[in-house]
Design a protein around this ligand. Structure first.
Ligand code: SF4
Length: 215
């Protein structure tokens, strides 16, 4: 059982409600999307084949019990599902970061899914598998990357139309000045309350100033 891996590294989880916790990252090679703002283009092709046993060995060696399977798009490689099942059987806490274009229906229910819903500025919104929203659990998280007001308004409409509040956690990741996004988040919307979502600051970008690869 082989999986092509771009990189392994131990770091601080930079995003999601797990932000700030030590985490072992397993970045799989390959992505089926080409988002306008992609910061991991090196993961499209670079990588080395590892057996699942070798990947588990590296995870054990990290000494960290929180593991994130990421990419690229990790679900492009079918064997990623076997790796997830194996890690969960070994009692690891597993986060799966996925771009939302591939079905999450059959994934191990003990894994926490952190799923992108690609906003208009990504250029790939039409690639989303919106059926995935039906399979989200309350422990899962959906992430919207916000680069401008159009993205924010679109996101607010999506949250309302798909009744995302209460279905899973909601993350808003700014790629503009965070203060601008916070102002928009606090606006009283048509339903009379601010948007119920978490500002997702990607704290690793504040910690590691001299390059993010492997961090
Ligand atoms: S899904 Fe992620 S890795 Fe793939 S192109 Fe978009 S930002 Fe890059």
């Amino acid at each position: 059982m082989i999986i092509k891996i771009c990189e392994f590294f131990s770091s601080i989880q930079g995003e999601s409600s797990y932000a700030g916790l030590p985490c072992f990252f397993i970045r799989l090679t390959g992505c089926n999307l080409r988002c306008s703002y992609c910061d991991t283009t090196y993961a499209y092709d670079e990588g080395t084949d590892y057996s699942i046993a070798e990947i588990i060995e590296k995870t054990v060696q990290s000494g960290i019990r929180l593991v994130e399977i990421t990419g690229g798009e990790p679900l492009m490689q079918d064997n990623s599902r076997l790796l997830i099942d194996k890690l969960i059987a070994l009692d690891y806490e597993v986060l799966i970061e996925t771009n939302g274009s591939i079905s999450i229906k059959e994934l191990n229910k003990k894994a926490v899914i952190i799923m992108d819903i690609k906003t208009p500025s990504s250029g790939v919104t039409e690639k989303m598998d919106m059926q995935n929203i039906d399979y989200l659990k309350p422990t899962d998280e959906v992430k919207f990357v916000i680069s401008d007001k159009r993205d924010f308004d679109w996101t607010r409409d999506m949250i309302r139309d798909y009744k995302l509040e209460g279905r899973s956690k909601i993350l808003l990741s700014p790629i503009l000045e965070p203060e601008i996004l916070v102002r928009w988040m606090l606006e009283i919307g048509a339903i009379g309350t601010p948007i119920k979502a978490r500002l997702n600051l990607q704290i690793h970008k504040y910690i590691f100033k001299d390059g993010l690869r492997g961090r």
